[in-house]
Design a protein around this ligand. Structure first.
Ligand SMILES: *Cc1c(COP(=O)(O)O)cnc(C)c1O
Length: 413
């Protein structure tokens, strides 16, 4: 249990007016970017107070994305977990089925929100960064839907590694610009996107893909993704008239996790667990910024980062491309610090096992990202009582990952 006194004294569900969640967050950007950031914040406040904005967002989520996503009791997975548990142990496992969204993951929720904001601000050109290409695809999707030109910055190395997503973006009409600076990967693509934004402020909107970046991005991405937790909370109450005991979600930058967690933060009996990618192990190559990093500044905010002693950002590694972000959203850093949310990690191997377990017990092929959450769920459920409930976010589907999994299992397809 968290200490309610600590929470009531120190927990705020909103950042302060300069975007700080405790000592994390903020807006560490070039002076030339400050007016844009302030303009974005002003517009976001206005949009948040405007029922027409909410109505359009909800309408698109329903008819374009396919929301609400189902809430599903995974009976056979629960039984499999109980079979390996002591008598009386083995919590019920439920899933929020965000893998059923259009484009196959939660990222579209955020992209819809941000493109509506862009349109409201009169912006006519969209840019974004992408690592594995999933945020690039979601951004290219909404740009096609709204008829806006789209430029995606992607590290040259990632362009090579992620050809199917590069082709998807092109099919959707986006221009993909390979970035050849630094390590040619995600953080370099983020820097390039910020540079483009400074140079093209008059007409350009930058859609950030996770709950990170300079204030107000962590807040607005969280708000758009909170549809996950709002739906799940209402669905739980209407289905079984109670809330879950534990929420679990995988963490790359933390957007699907904060989207699930945030609407439950005031429910002090609901515990929460974020699962970072431990890659080959925390002593080796991994992507666990909270477990293996320390605070620094990247992408316009202060948070836990994978870095060396000189502050050079380290390359993150995970079998799941969507989790290898070298930082974590500032609100998570804060929630960890005040003890409201617990964080753990799962290795590539554990995620692969969990991936196969879900395939066989439930007939659901999950993405490798939520497979990390499922690995943690299986562990936690064994420690919990039979009458307790775990709700995990199934934030993406696994079609994109079957080749990676085949290779890891030594199967030729
Ligand atoms: C991008 C991605 C993630 C990681 O991003 P978060 O911001 O941490 O949610 C997780 N799962 C899937 C399916 C993704 O595409």
């Amino acid at each position: 249990m968290s200490d309610p006194a600590l929470l009531s004294n120190s927990y705020r569900t909103q950042p302060d007016d300069r975007g700080h969640f405790g000592q994390f967050g903020g807006r560490f950007v070039a002076e030339t970017l400050m007016p844009l950031i302030l303009d974005l914040e002003r517009e976001y406040r206005a949009a948040k107070a405007d029922p027409a904005f909410a109505q359009e967002f909800e309408d698109l989520l329903e008819h374009y994305v396919g929301r609400p996503s189902p809430l599903y009791y995974a009976e056979r997975l629960t039984a499999a977990i109980r079979a390996g548990s002591e008598p009386g142990k083995g919590a019920q496992v439920w899933f929020k089925r965000d893998e059923l969204n259009h484009t196959g993951a939660h990222k579209i929720n955020n992209c819809i929100g941000q493109i509506l904001l862009a349109r409201r601000m009169g912006k006519t050109r969209i840019i974004a960064e992408t690592g594995a290409g999933q945020h690039g695809v979601a951004t290219a999707t909404v740009c096609a839907r709204f008829g806006l030109p789209c430029v995606i910055y992607m590290g040259a190395k990632d362009v090579e590694r992620q050809q199917p997503n590069v082709f998807r973006m092109k099919l959707l009409g986006a221009e993909v610009i390979p970035v050849t600076s630094g390590a040619n990967t995600l953080k370099d693509a983020m820097n390039e996107a910020l540079r483009d934004w400074v140079a093209n402020v008059h007409d350009t909107f930058y859609i950030i893909g996770t709950a990170a970046g300079p204030h107000p991005y962590p807040e607005l991405v969280r708000d758009f993704q909170s549809v996950i937790g709002k739906e799940a909370r209402a669905q739980m109450l209407s289905r079984i008239d109670r809330l879950p005991d534990l929420l679990v979600a995988a963490i790359g930058g933390g957007s699907n996790a904060i989207g699930l967690f945030h609407p439950f933060l005031d429910d002090l009996d609901v515990r929460m667990l974020g699962v970072e990618a431990a890659g080959e192990g925390l002593e080796r190559k991994h992507a666990a910024s909270l477990a293996g990093g320390f605070p620094g500044i990247l992408h316009g905010n202060r948070t836990y980062l994978l870095q060396d002693d000189d502050g050079q950002i380290a390359e993150a590694h995970s079998i799941s491309a969507g989790l290898d972000y070298p930082g974590i959203g500032p609100e998570h850093a804060w929630l960890k610090e005040i003890g409201r949310v617990d964080y753990t990690s799962a290795t590539d191997e554990e995620a692969l096992d969990a991936f196969q377990l879900l395939c066989r017990t439930e007939g659901i092929i999950p993405a490798l990202e939520p497979s990390h959450a499922i690995a943690a769920v299986a562990k936690k459920a064994r420690e919990m009582d039979e009458n307790q409930i775990i709700l995990a976010n199934l934030c993406g589907r696994g079609d994109k990952d079957i080749f990676t999994v085949a290779e890891a299992l030594g199967v030729r397809i």
